[in-house]
Design a protein around this ligand. Structure first.
Ligand code: AMP
Ligand code: MG
Length: 480
């Protein structure tokens, strides 16, 4: 596991070198063998060394831990100084296909950016990052993933005394909108230019534009549009879309208060601190455009020396969000319904059913394949039935079976609409068991979530919606 450190070498002035907190009794509690394999790491070697290399006790070869500086707009207000307060980038791993991945620890102790925080993380939230990263990845949604979780043996004081843990997070990078905001705020033109060049080369090498900054802005817009459309399709609510949690790569990161919707409802909010519903399920597209405008502002000084020229060019790109996002969203809905984007009636009709009936989002889509086979049991479980459903079905069925046999059409639908997602009551139950020392439930949950389309899982309790009343009272927290 020989790490590289291009960030340290190429981006001086954008980080602080840090010393990691040494855990008193590190114990590996979760190891992501499939991820290690996918990255071309020697899984046996990494696993054998994980409680040392991936806990703060020691370091993997080549590592040079740093805390990255960033700012961020949090719930609409500017926080000029955030940064990695409890995380450290160890270095980068380059896989067999030449892709570069950040390998970072979370919960590894205080840094110059910790402000009043303790730099620590608790076991439950770190396991949650593992579960959600695997769930999204298996659904084809770009997301950071946990390579390992190591319990530290040290307590973490929150409202209660909790077990401490360190997460090893693998991401395309941790470059955020807030990274650029930080240097824009300080007039750090040199760092801004370097960061733009680095981000383009690493994430969007094919991007083109009148300037590198405009190329980056366009590429981030397009990547975020694709990402948010996928979130909407699977019913994912990120929960805290502050600009410091929005990546330039277009990958989902920071799984604190995130959760999946049960009943389809645009107003769904789980986060305890999101009292205004700013980051509600249905607000994610518009709030991402707002975040993109913050990126555009940060980039202005490196877009053009003439302010008016820079603003006009940036405005045009940010203004294009609606069209780009809508195109990605239509493609995603069309795919889930087995139709093409031009089958507007089918798409709008089904979305209208979701709004009118508020069925279970996941089972409403999964029930499409069964419905084609004249089996409405999944839709019944979703709470989707009625004359309007029958009417929509009668119009949709000939469209989706026009060019293929019913069995083939149903199989295609089953292959794109998951039978299981990381349902909140299952996640909470599994994490509670793990915190009490039994890791079986969370291991089984993660294993099941690796094959979310598997029809056999439909017959298990993992596919069941949360019991009545659970979702209404369900709150998530920022993992601090
Ligand atoms: P998050 O809500 O995890 O995205 O974190 C927002 C900001 O708070 C980031 O700058 C974090 O580094 C910082 N932060 C969160 N928890 C802690 C902690 N326990 N100690 C120090 N900094 C923290
Ligand atoms: Mg964050």
């Amino acid at each position: 596991m020989q790490l590289e450190t291009t960030w340290v070498r190429e981006l001086p002035g954008t980080y602080a070198s840090v010393t990691l907190a040494v855990p008193s009794a590190p114990r590996l509690v979760a190891f992501n063998g499939p991820l290690a394999d996918a990255l071309g790491l020697d899984a046996d070697v990494v696993r054998a060394n994980a409680s040392d290399w991936l806990s703060g006790a020691g370091l993997p070869p080549g590592a040079s831990p740093i805390a990255q500086a960033y700012a961020g707009h949090q719930f609409g207000g500017l926080s000029p100084q955030l940064g990695d307060g409890r995380a450290a980038l160890l270095g980068e791993w380059v896989d067999a296909s030449g892709r570069r991945w950040d390998v970072a620890l979370k919960g590894s102790g205080r840094t110059p950016f910790s402000r009043g925080g303790d730099g620590k993380a608790a076991l439950g939230p770190m396991l949650r990052e593992w579960v959600i990263g695997e769930a999204l990845t298996a659904l084809g949604v770009p997301a950071s993933r946990a390579l390992a979780v190591v319990a530290t043996g040290d307590p973490v004081l929150r409202e209660r005394r909790l077990q401490g843990a360190v997460l090893t997070r693998v991401a395309s990078s941790h470059l955020r909108v807030g990274t650029l905001e930080y240097y824009a705020l300080r007039g750090g033109l040199v760092q801004l230019h370097r960061l733009v060049g680095y981000a383009l080369a690493r994430h969007h090498p094919e991007a083109r534009g009148a300037s590198p900054a405009l190329a980056l802005l366009t590429a981030v817009r397009d990547a975020q549009a694709a990402l948010v459309a996928q979130w909407m399709a699977v019913g994912f609510v990120h929960g805290v879309l502050n600009t410091d949690n929005v990546t330039l790569s277009g990958e989902s990161i920071d799984f604190g208060p995130c959760a999946f919707v049960e009943r389809h409802d645009p107003a769904t909010v789980f986060s305890s601190i999101d009292t205004q519903g700013r980051y509600a399920y249905g607000n994610q597209p518009s709030i991402t455009q707002w975040n993109l405008a913050r990126l555009a502002s940060a980039l202005l000084p490196v877009i053009d020396d003439d302010d008016d020229v820079a603003v006009a060019a940036a405005r045009e790109i940010v203004g294009g969000w609606g069209e780009v996002f809508e195109a990605r969203m239509r493609e995603a809905w069309a795919r889930k319904l087995g139709v093409t984007v031009s089958d507007v009636g089918c798409i709008d009709g089904f979305l209208a059913l979701l709004h009118a009936h508020r069925p279970d989002h996941t089972l409403a889509f999964r029930g499409l394949g069964a419905a084609l086979r004249e089996d409405r049991s999944v839709w019944a479980r979703a709470g989707l039935a009625g004359p309007d459903v029958d009417a929509w079905y009668a119009a949709w069925r000939p469209v989706v079976t026009a060019t293929r046999a019913v069995a083939d059409a149903a199989a295609i639908l089953d292959a794109v609409n998951p039978a299981v997602i990381a349902r909140n009551h299952r996640v909470e139950g599994a994490l509670a068991s793990a915190s009490a020392g039994d890791f079986g439930p969370v291991e089984r949950l993660v294993a099941a979530l690796q094959s979310p389309y598997d029809a056999a899982l439909l017959d298990t309790e993992l596919a069941d919606p949360a019991p009545d009343g659970f979702t209404e009272g369900y709150q998530t927290f920022c993992g601090t």
